[in-house]
Design a protein around this ligand. Structure first.
Ligand SMILES: NC(=O)c1ccc[n+]([C@@H]2O[C@H](COP(=O)([O-])OP(=O)(O)OC[C@H]3O[C@@H](n4cnc5c(N)ncnc54)[C@H](O)[C@@H]3O)[C@@H](O)[C@H]2O)c1
Length: 295
């Protein structure tokens, strides 16, 4: 089959967290571009639902259960994908992630810190550890790590999420340098607010959830829009994709005026606290319950 120079066309793609939101949008878009897609998720039924949408539209996809916190799961995902594709993946998207916020550092429980870092940071480390050598051996292809504007924004009450996404950015930049002598393109996607299930499934303190919902409603864009920007960025060989104006604004402010930026973030935190009357101090013996009740 003719294979375009663009890695996003006719790609044999593996996506984590493909059962919802941005991961599902990546799967649908890449399938529409002629790709064969392995849709993996910890929630196999949701991954299967994505596959059914692709197949109904005439595309090719396979659902695989994979918990990205488990290295063995990610290794099995790579093997299953290679068997199904009949060769290595062209494109890997480390997307699975969760949200958490609402507590200052010291108030967020250790259990919540570990939950976020386990999925967001270790999930991406596992994905890079398993797939980078395969991409290097193939000598071509692409890898997108779904980071966030939180990778560099350092917004208060989001310490664990910020730390996890800063790690994702550092890993992505390191990998890009290490693969610079190959034709493998590496990219960090850094959105601000995207209308997905992340708030519903996340561990957001009750006091912050109304504020977060409002931000999401007013500032959030569709996952489809973010995915199109990411794929265009990858095809242009961009290392960073900042798909929204506010992401680009924060990026520049943080670099131009780092100290003033941080003071401003603190001021906004105190101002926003007026919108969050009940300050929620979680204890280390309990974690913030996700709003779906699932932990
Ligand atoms: N929505 C936003 O505003 C936003 C902004 C910036 C970055 N992001 C990032 O985008 C990525 C996708 O999030 P989303 O917004 O689409 O959320 P989402 O909740 O809609 O989708 C996340 C998916 O990840 C899966 N998942 C959770 N834990 C997993 C695990 N251990 N192993 C495998 N899969 C797991 C979930 O089942 C779900 O299908 C995340 O990394 C998130 O941090 C989201």
């Amino acid at each position: 089959m003719f294979r375009s120079n663009r890695v996003t066309r006719n790609a044999n793609a593996v996506i984590t967290g493909a059962g919802s939101g941005i991961g599902r949008a990546f799967a649908l878009e890449l399938a529409a571009r002629g790709g064969a897609i392995v849709c993996s998720d910890i929630d196999e039924a949701q991954a299967q639902a994505t596959v059914e949408r692709i197949v109904a539209a005439g595309g090719k996809a396979l659902a695989v259960r994979c918990d990205v916190t488990q290295l063995a799961d990610v290794q099995a995902l790579a093997q299953t994908s290679e068997d199904w594709f009949g060769g290595p993946a062209d494109l890997v998207i480390n997307n699975a992630g969760v949200g958490a916020g609402g507590h200052h550092i010291g108030d967020m429980t250790m259990a919540d810190w570990r939950w976020v870092l386990d999925i967001n940071m270790w999930g991406v480390i596992h994905g890079c550890h398993v797939f980078a050598p395969r991409l290097r051996a193939a000598g071509r292809g692409g890898l997108i790590n779904v980071a966030s504007t939180a990778s560099f924004a350092a917004a208060p009450r989001m310490g664990a999420y910020n730390a996890s996404k800063a790690a994702v950015l550092a890993v992505t930049e390191t990998l890009a340098a290490e693969l610079a002598d190959t034709s493998v393109h590496v990219c960090a996607l850094c959105p601000t607010f995207v209308q997905t299930n992340i708030m519903k499934a996340g561990r957001i303190s009750p006091a912050s959830s109304k504020f977060a919902d409002n931000l999401m409603r007013w500032a959030g864009v569709s996952p489809e829009r973010v995915v199109k920007s990411a794929l265009a960025g990858l095809d242009r060989r961009q290392l960073y994709v900042l798909p929204q104006f506010d992401a680009r604004l924060v990026w520049r402010l943080k670099r131009l005026l780092p100290s003033s930026y941080t003071k401003g973030a603190g001021f906004i935190d105190r101002f926003a606290a007026n919108d969050m009357p009940e300050t929620n101090h979680a204890t280390d013996s309990e974690s913030t319950r996700s709003r779906t009740g699932a932990m």
